[in-house]
Ligand binder design. Structure first.
Ligand SMILES: [Cu+2]
Length: 188
């Protein structure tokens, strides 16, 4: 049994390379996920990322979401727009903030409502300059929407800040991803 575990550990280490053998390359602080209201199909996750070497956030996933993307939100003519980006650069030693109104991890095709006080597991996938990938787990508490940076805009996002990706008449969070208009990947 012990030998089996040991060999498993060896396999894992060889798969992820040297990055996982040291302290975390990326420090994640103050992660949180915005709580959803009934029938809301998508929400955002926010955090601060600080990397010890140049890496890039290239992917994310969560058990609560069918689709997870990295998004950038910008204001164009007073209208907030967001789009999926292929990655987010994390220059060594600089803290990059994912926050409402800026970059965020978009959780879409939600499988369940997210209520304040719950915790959401998120897996972040980073890539270093040699294109080696490594992952980091985050446990983000769910927080209710404060009327902060996310208000006062119309457009495709509706009243819920970045939450309103899907039309209110959704399908209870199942079936079609409902992410139309994103231009993001449709799952096969
Ligand atoms: Cu988004």
């Amino acid at each position: 049994m012990r030998a089996f575990i040991f060999s498993l550990a060896l396999v894992c280490c060889s798969l992820v390379g040297t990055a996982a053998a040291q302290s975390p390359v990326v420090t994640v602080s103050e992660p949180w996920v915005r709580a959803t209201v009934a029938q809301q199909g998508a929400t955002g996750a926010f955090m601060r990322l600080s990397a010890a070497q140049d890496v890039r956030l290239v992917e994310a996933s969560s058990p609560v979401a069918g689709i997870t993307e990295i998004h950038e939100m910008t204001v164009v003519n007073d209208v907030m727009r967001m789009r999926a980006v292929a990655g987010l650069d994390l220059p060594a030693g600089r803290t990059v903030e994912l926050r409402p109104g800026g970059y965020h991890v978009m959780l879409m095709d939600l499988r369940q409502p997210l209520n304040a006080g719950e915790r959401v597991a998120i897996t972040l996938v980073f890539e270093d300059r040699a294109q080696r990938r490594f992952t980091q787990q985050v446990e983000a508490p769910v927080r209710a929407l404060g009327m902060g940076a996310g208000h006062g805009h119309g457009g495709p996002h509706g009243a819920g800040g970045m939450g309103a990706h899907t039309p209110p008449a959704g399908h209870g969070g199942h079936g079609m991803p409902g992410a139309g208009g994103h231009g993001g990947p449709q799952r096969p």
